[in-house]
Design a protein around this ligand. Structure first.
Ligand code: HEM
Length: 463
């Protein structure tokens, strides 16, 4: 006999909707986990979901043979803008397999290596901007990391320059995307009749149009100015699936282009991982010291070259540790293919049941990471320890066939930017007593995190 899954008290019809913070659902899931433990039920109106937050249960549901990606909740709403693009395609939709086979090679080792120069080009624009700002300026790093990742994905994947560092304000796409994602999240906690009556649709549709217009402009520009470059956009426009011989439809190209514009910068968003990494480094001066020492030893005063990146061992460990503590995409959701049991036979999961995995909590499970699991310690990722982790203990890029396609791109982008910053600046938090607060849309990021970047004492590093 299995153990019943705990269920917090709920309201008729609404279920647990009122227990969830609409702007920070992650926090509510964490609070419920503190109260109810590694597994509990959660009712979103009439739909029952099971939430798991321990390593053991995350491991058990990370099995493509038993579970498949669930496109419900916020992802279902995001489909209003990006349809059956890679992130939001349902498992049974033909277009997922087609796009996955066609586009995965663009993110392989050769594809990413070819992006190196373009990545350095955009990263240098950020450095020049901070140098010109000078030590007195208060910088919101998230804003500039957004510019960086947005321009990087468009240049590297679509050979299209947005020149965000030459604009006073964000590109209109960025605000439209942020508002679209926020509204998509809120819709999941609100009956659709309220959405329709309260007039939320007008702004929502206008935001989708701003995003779609940019995708259409990029496609039109490429059709007018064709290139031989084998970039992501050309693969989308001209590629043929090796298995079926089919190409992508115009609609699916647009959806995937939007998917990459959103996924490519909303997550790396840098706003997420780059900002969290800076935060953790500033809060842990010894880690910052070691990282700087490594950057100085490997690069001296020279800009990073491709062959240097693999020598930045401590930086790799810092990024891994940051993604363990604060995975940019902290929740994913799967459905059971059949009746099954998890937790060593303890809990029954019925066929079709959705299971929400709170990666951020599971990656802090003391059974795997020890009693200091909440602390930032890059050393736990060094000296082969990362490779010896139990299976699926570290999965900020998701799992299995639906894992992140852009992982290597994001990683290279971060390996280039962070050394460039540390070579040139002494970074400090604007408010030294700032404690991490989180903002959530599809992903999470630090809220109200501001820094100053003074030229590094005793070093003048040429660009
Ligand atoms: C999927 C995380 C950067 C494109 C995912 C998933 C996660 C993730 C957790 C799986 C979501 C799920 O199962 O529901 C991250 C993190 C990043 C990052 C932490 C940076 C640090 C990127 C970049 C791109 C990208 C730069 C594009 C260039 C995608 C796509 C998928 C995906 C297309 C869907 C794959 C599929 O379902 O076939 N990412 N991502 N990601 N990511 Fe990323």
């Amino acid at each position: 006999m299995t153990t019943p899954i705990p269920c917090p008290p709920s309201l008729p019809f609404l279920g647990h909707i009122t227990s969830i913070d609409k702007d920070l659902p992650l926090l509510s899931f964490s609070l419920l986990a503190q109260q109810y433990g590694e597994i509990y039920q959660f009712h979103q109106f009439s739909v029952k979901k099971v939430v798991v937050s321990s390593y053991e249960l995350m491991h058990d549901v990370s099995d493509d043979k038993k579970f498949f990606k669930n496109i419900g909740g916020v992802l279902e709403q995001v489909r209003n803008g990006v349809g059956d693009g890679l992130v939001t395609a349902r498992p049974d939709e033909e277009n997922w397999g087609l796009a996955h086979r066609l586009l995965t090679p663009a993110f392989g080792a050769v594809g990413i290596r070819d992006m190196f120069d373009d990545m350095c080009d955009i990263a240098t624009q950020l450095i020049v901007k901070w140098e010109r700002f000078g030590p007195g300026a208060v910088i919101n790093p998230a804003e500039d990391f957004t510019r960086l990742t947005f321009d990087t994905i468009t240049l590297c994947a679509m050979s299209h320059r947005l020149n965000s560092f030459y604009r006073e304000t964000n590109h209109p796409f960025v605000q439209a995307m942020v508002d679209f994602l926020l509204e998509s999240g809120r819709r999941t906690f609100r009956p659709s009749v309220v959405t329709n009556v309260m007039g939320y649709n007008t702004k929502y549709e206008a935001d989708i149009k701003v995003m779609t217009d940019l995708a259409n402009d990029i496609i039109a520009d490429r059709k007018k100015n064709p290139t031989e470059k084998n970039d992501l956009l050309n693969r989308m426009l001209n590629g043929k699936d090796p298995k079926t011989g089919k190409g992508l439809s115009d609609e699916n190209i647009r959806y995937n282009l939007l998917t990459f514009l959103i996924a490519g910068h909303e997550t790396t968003s840098s706003i997420a991982t780059l900002s969290f990494t800076l935060y953790y480094l500033l809060k842990n001066p010894e880690a910052m010291r070691k990282l700087r020492q490594e950057v100085d030893e490997v690069l001296g005063d020279q800009p990073p070259q491709l062959q240097d990146l693999s020598k930045l061992t401590y930086l790799n460990a810092c990024l891994r540790e940051c993604l363990r503590l604060s995975p940019a995409s902290p929740i994913r959701s799967v459905d059971a293919r059949d009746d099954t049991v998890i937790g060593g036979g303890k809990y029954t999961i019925q066929k079709g049941q959705s299971v929400i995995i709170t990666t951020g909590r599971a990656q802090r499970d003391p059974k795997i990471w020890g009693e200091d699991a909440d602390e930032f310690k890059p050393e736990r990722m060094l000296d082969g320890k990362f490779d010896q982790l139990p299976p699926h203990a570290w999965q900020p890029f998701g799992f299995g066939m639906r894992a992140c396609i852009g992982r290597a791109l994001a990683w290279q982008e971060m390996l280039i930017l962070i050394p460039l910053i540390l070579q040139r600046f002494d970074i400090a938090m604007e408010n030294p007593s700032y404690e991490l607060e989180i903002k959530q849309t599809l992903t999470i990021k630090p809220k109200e995190f501001h820094i100053r970047a003074a030229p590094r004492k005793g070093r003048a590093v040429p660009l």
